[in-house]
Write a protein that binds this ligand. Structure first.
Ligand SMILES: [Fe+2]
Length: 188
């Protein structure tokens, strides 16, 4: 007789908590119909500093969901001191929630404070900075599509999408000892 514990069944032969062959990409939800990918639930603020991926001087991102189906990602953005998120635009909407500190766009006169919700319309061009008296800001962003970096005339000079973000994570996690495949847990 099998003891009922209330825990969902696991595939046989895989220790609890271990990633399946092929990484988390191959993992499927323990409930629901076949083909449904696994859910995600973990503290957004990582206990391990290595989970933060350097993006620019005094700028880091912490991946939460890397969405390869519709193209986009959720992350925490951390900016300290003189960090600047370079001038850019998005082809789709972006929403954010400020968890800590405050920041502003050079192109606007409003300031996103702790607890603020932010909506960025498609096509809007902006450059993110933190005030001199703010040592650190952390904001949750849900970014659809891409970030298109632009020059002072608004002409494209570079981009980031979910694939470049995954690659940045792979390189960083390999370099800090977490292993390149560490990022797979956030890829859907
Ligand atoms: Fe933006």
């Amino acid at each position: 007789m099998t003891k009922r514990t209330g825990a969902p069944p696991r595939p046989p032969g895989r220790p609890k908590g271990a990633a399946p062959p092929g990484g988390r990409l191959a993992q499927r939800a323990s409930g629901g119909l076949p083909g449904i990918v696994a859910e995600l639930a973990e503290p957004a603020m990582p206990a391990d500093e290595r989970v933060w991926v350097p993006q620019a001087p005094d700028v880091w991102f912490r991946p939460l969901l890397l969405n390869t189906v519709s193209g986009g990602w959720c992350n925490l953005l951390r900016v300290r001191k003189s960090g600047v998120l370079s001038r850019h635009r998005h082809p789709m909407i972006v929403v954010g929630y400020v968890i800590k500190g405050r920041w502003r766009y050079l192109e606007h006169d409003w300031v996103a404070e702790t607890g603020s919700f932010v909506y960025e319309p498609p096509g809007e061009i902006h450059t993110l900075t933190v005030p001199d008296d703010c040592p650190e800001m952390i904001t949750f962003f849900n970014i659809s599509g891409a970030m298109i970096y632009v020059d002072e005339r608004g002409d494209p000079v570079g981009y980031e999408d979910v694939w470049t973000k995954i690659e940045m994570c792979r390189k960083h996690y390999a370099s800090v000892g977490l292993g390149a495949s560490y990022v797979d847990r956030y890829v859907r």
